[in-house]
Design a protein around this ligand. Structure first.
Ligand code: SAH
Ligand code: SF4
Length: 356
């Protein structure tokens, strides 16, 4: 019989697990402290729990469902792990230490079905959604490597998080209620799924939402992101406005810059008009090279600067993604992509079921 994961259960559920194993309810609370407070990786290290209780638990439960297939350390302090659940379906998570905080980037799916034409993950196809336990386990695994507390989580690893709300929302509740992270420090990045953006808004949690826009013009956005054929720029941005108003949180517009394609002055002007009056930040991301067979290139610095200047001259708040872990291919899907020879290749016929 497969062992059930303890990670991903709330304190309340762990109390029930303890009682079912014949222990006092407070043993469940101790379990929660070990799992979420101390990022314990084995039952053996939980020395203040009676050994017969730990043995009983080990018959039905496992602590960490993740195996590490690869671990790369960057010269700038970034750790990137490629993990799996014993099934060789690999996904990525990244530890990102900064001077003022430690952040981490987590995956929500194995692969991604959205098929964005610039993205290594999208080009690799889709396997499955991750479970709540697998999402929380990525955080705890990274925390066990970090001497400082990880205070921020971004869902910008593999997958489209809003296609997996059923696992994502309980995972975010665990981050908030069990691990003590502020909802304000959780960032969900989406390709732009309108119904799910509205569903997330209805939870009225101050989670930070980022939209991958990448062009204010439908024709170009559709070329980059097939999702735009389902919900266009206007419809998607309207949903983001609802999210902003409902939660009171400033939204982020992510804007990938590809040379001569979406980095024109004209698109900078359209983008400035689109976001006018909406509390938001535009985050510019120069294209990280992936062989897309479309000839996409990264723009030179001057073009990035010129694009930024148009936005700023129109009063838009702009940031630029600080690139980390360049030497270890820390960008979305890149490390897993390098492993497709070693691990099972994903099924490309699974692309974009949502749009069919
Ligand atoms: N599926 C979600 C979150 C994961 S992708 C989304 O698309 O928003 C996280 C971010 O990485 C997105 O903004 C995505 O557009 C960006 N990205 C993907 N491929 C990239 C590349 N080759 N270079 C730079 N950014 C990339
Ligand atoms: Fe999926 Fe995001 Fe990559 Fe698009 S950019 S294919 S939504 S992971």
């Amino acid at each position: 019989m497969a062992l059930a994961p303890l990670i991903g259960l709330t304190t309340e559920q762990l109390v029930t697990v303890a009682q079912e194993a014949g222990a006092e309810p407070y043993r469940g609370k101790q379990l929660a402290k070990w799992i979420y407070g101390k990022a314990a990786t084995t039952l053996e290290e939980m020395k203040d729990l009676p050994s017969n209780f730990r043995q009983k638990l080990a018959e039905s439960y496992t602590l960490s469902p993740l195996s590490v297939a690869d671990h790369k350390k960057s010269t700038d302090g970034v750790d990137k792990l490629l993990v799996h659940h014993g099934d060789q379906q690999v996904y990525e998570c990244v530890l990102l230490p900064y001077t003022d905080r430690v952040s981490c980037c987590l995956s929500s799916q194995v692969g991604c079905p959205m098929g964005c034409t610039f993205c290594a993950t999208g080009l690799g196809g889709f396997d499955r959604n991750l479970t709540t336990s697998e999402i929380v386990s990525q955080y705890l695994l990274l925390q066990s490597l970090s001497p400082r507390r990880i205070s921020h989580v971004v869902f910008m690893g593999m997958g489209e998080p809003l296609l997996n709300l059923a696992s994502l929302v309980p995972a975010m509740k665990i981050f908030h209620e069990e691990i003590g992270l502020s909802y304000r420090h959780l960032t969900v990045s989406t390709v732009g799924l309108v119904p799910q953006i509205l569903e997330l808004a209805q939870l009225e949690l101050p989670i930070h939402l980022a939209l991958s826009l990448h062009s204010p013009h439908d024709e170009i956005r559709s070329r980059l992101m097939p999702v735009n054929n389902k919900w266009n720029v206007r419809e998607t941005f309207e949903a983001m406005k609802v999210y902003q108003k409902t939660t009171g949180r400033k939204i982020t517009i992510e804007y990938l810059l590809i040379d001569q394609l979406n980095d024109t002055q004209n698109q900078a002007e359209s983008l400035a008009s689109l976001v006018k009056g909406v509390p938001c930040v535009v985050n510019l991301i120069p294209f990280n090279y992936v062989d897309t067979s479309q000839g996409f290139r990264r723009p030179i610095r001057e073009r990035v600067r010129a694009f930024r200047q148009v936005l700023e001259s129109k009063g838009v708040n702009v940031t630029e993604r600080v690139e980390r872990g360049h030497d270890i291919a820390a960008a979305c899907g890149q490390l897993a992509g390098q492993h497709t020879g070693k691990f099972a290749r994903r099924d490309l016929s699974n692309q974009i079921p949502l749009l069919s």
